[in-house]
Design a protein around this ligand. Structure first.
Ligand code: AHR
Length: 328
């Protein structure tokens, strides 16, 4: 009896194993290389990718590049060797991808880009990009700022004739940094108020809170009483800068107007606390669109080369009302 039970158990176990092998064989396998965890936004993006992979029943091979392009290239090479069905990645910087993408193309593995843009010699090296429109975000930052300064009749703190702006830039060479910088510059140059502004200093803070704080400290050391506006390419750097501004004895959002990009909970809290003025949303919840697009590609359907996610603009006076609805 004991032997029969054991044999039945073995038989059942084998059957279950066979079913899960069959299910696994049906599953799409996607290799995904993420940049790292430099910001609150990035953590939300990673969590969303993982949750969306589960919802889409995808076998996800996730790799964290710890802020290094070489690690992303290694991960993509591993995905090619593993013969995944599709490769997805967030390009930490825009250039330097041609060779590895040629390897993926030779292996006939489609590539789908998320969030940041890349520049390659041949556009057929990737199928499509979904995600962030950094250039438009930069334009929205200036539009909000110009309207805020003019509507509130804000004057230069040093009694001069120009509003002095300092900028904390994102990672050097990333499309998120160059797009936001170009969008902001183009909107500034096109504005009838362009002569009322001066870019006093602009330096990278690498999208991190720590570097945002350090660079803001150095801006304040040389120009404490001249800075009227901080534009940070992301909320994390703005949050670091707020600490530096307070440590310098100034009031963030009052002495220095603060506008940044992302819309994470941290900046909403700062706006509720009266320490930041506005955030231009950059939506990290891109997982569902990514896997829906990947499934279409693998079914042979045509997809648009570029699709952007929906993004809004939020300012301090509406922060308390909007905060409870924020998902990241
Ligand atoms: O590429 C999107 C940017 O990268 C986000 O603005 C930033 O927070 C992140 O690190």
């Amino acid at each position: 009896m004991k032997l029969v039970k054991t044999l039945m158990a073995v038989g059942l176990g084998a059957a279950i194993a066979a079913v899960s092998v069959a299910q696994a064989a049906d599953k799409i396998t996607i290799g995904f290389s993420q940049i790292g965890a430099e910001s609150e936004w990035r953590t939300a993006n990673t969590n969303d990718v993982k949750a969306a992979a589960e919802a889409h029943n995808i076998d996800l091979k996730f790799s964290d590049a710890q802020q290094k392009q070489e690690n992303q290239i290694k991960a993509i090479r591993t995905f090619i060797a593993q013969k995944v069905d599709l490769i997805g990645f967030v390009p930490i910087v825009a250039t330097g991808w041609d060779n590895i993408l040629r390897e993926a193309k030779r292996a006939k593995i489609p590539v789908l880009i998320m969030d940041r843009d890349l520049t390659v010699s041949d556009d057929s090296l990737y199928v499509a990009k979904i995600g962030t429109d950094s250039y438009t975000e930069g334009k929205k930052v200036f539009a909000w700022l110009d309207n805020y300064i003019q509507t509130n009749n804000i004057k230069p703190r040093n009694g001069g004739d120009k509003i002095n702006i300092v900028i904390l830039e994102g990672t050097v060479g990333s499309s998120a940094a160059t797009g936001r910088a170009h969008g902001f510059d183009d909107a500034l140059k096109a504005s009838p108020n362009k002569d009322k502004y001066n870019i006093l200093a602009s330096q990278t803070g690498d999208f991190t809170r720590q570097k945002g704080q350090e660079v803001m400290e150095s801006f304040l050391k040389s120009n404490r009483d001249d800075i009227d506006v901080l534009f940070a390419h992301n909320d994390d750097m703005a949050l670091g800068a707020i600490q530096a501004i307070e440590a310098a004895g100034l009031k963030p959002s009052k002495d220095i107007v603060i506008v940044s990009v992302d819309g994470v909970k941290g900046i909403f809290q700062a706006m509720v606390d009266g320490k930041a003025n506005a955030t231009v949303e950059c939506n990290p919840l891109q997982g569902d669109l990514f896997f829906t697009t990947a499934e279409k590609i693998l079914k042979g359907e045509k997809v648009p080369k570029s699709v952007f996610v929906e993004e809004g603009v939020y300012q301090a006076d509406e922060a308390a009302k909007v905060f409870p609805t924020r998902k990241y």
